[in-house]
Design a protein around this ligand. Structure first.
Ligand SMILES: [Zn+2]
Length: 225
């Protein structure tokens, strides 16, 4: 079962599917335990168990605490029930104007960080390097340390898991520009096309290719700057 929570108050919009992530996390805990009954080494088993169990406990605690912010009643046994009841109570408070923007923002970012925490564990994002230069700062390569370079723009997405670009994020390490979600990815594509059209008509292309060649040179081990 999936519960979708949406808060929208100009300052914060959050969509959270707690149940499915919680069930997945629970599956991770129980499968690592079933696994450990077989022939996984003790050290591997401990790592698997401890991490998933720890995260599940964090979510259970959070759900219980949230629930107690809207009622004095005894919490329910499952985090799903606590979250659902909290959400109903919180939504009512919000509707009647008893939730400040600050509190709404705090709850939204707390929920989002928990979703990200579980998602990062269960569905680690794939990282894709974009082979075009950043349309904003024109950088194609940026230095990661003394010797190595990487592409300026990297896209983090879970497209294989979700089949969509929701929550995909593209970031330029050169200028810090970011593009998010499907709309952002389309915007980035458009900006790159525009930028390439401009570059093909100007000496910037030559400068860029020279920079790129020099960038390559610095990726060779043993070459300093
Ligand atoms: Zn940039």
């Amino acid at each position: 079962m999936t519960v979708e929570q949406v808060f929208d108050d100009h300052s914060a919009t959050v969509r959270v599917r707690h149940d499915s992530l919680l069930n997945q996390l629970r599956d991770a805990v129980s499968s690592s335990m079933a696994h450990s009954a077989n022939k996984v080494s003790a050290s591997e088993r401990n790592i698997l168990d401890a991490d998933a169990i720890d995260k599940l406990e964090q979510v259970e605690n959070m759900a219980r605490k949230l629930y107690l912010t809207v009622t004095a009643a005894e919490p329910f046994p499952t985090p799903e029930q606590n979250l659902r009841q909290w959400f109903i109570g919180f939504s009512n408070l919000h509707r009647s104007g008893k939730v400040s923007r600050e509190v709404l923002g705090q709850k939204a970012s707390r929920l989002r960080s928990v979703v990200t925490m579980i998602d990062d564990k269960l569905n680690p994002p794939e990282s894709i390097e974009i082979t075009s230069p950043c349309p904003r700062c024109e950088k194609l390569w940026v230095k990661t340390d003394e010797m190595s370079w990487c592409r300026a723009i990297t896209v983090q997405s879970r497209i294989a898991v979700y089949g969509s670009l929701d929550n995909a994020t593209a970031t330029c390490r050169g200028c810090g520009a970011t593009w998010i979600h499907g709309q952002g990815m389309r915007q980035l594509r458009w900006e790159i096309d525009e930028s390439e059209t401009r570059r093909n008509e100007s000496p910037v292309e030559i400068e860029h290719d020279t920079d790129t060649l020099i960038g390559h040179r610095f990726t060779m081990p043993g070459n300093g700057e």
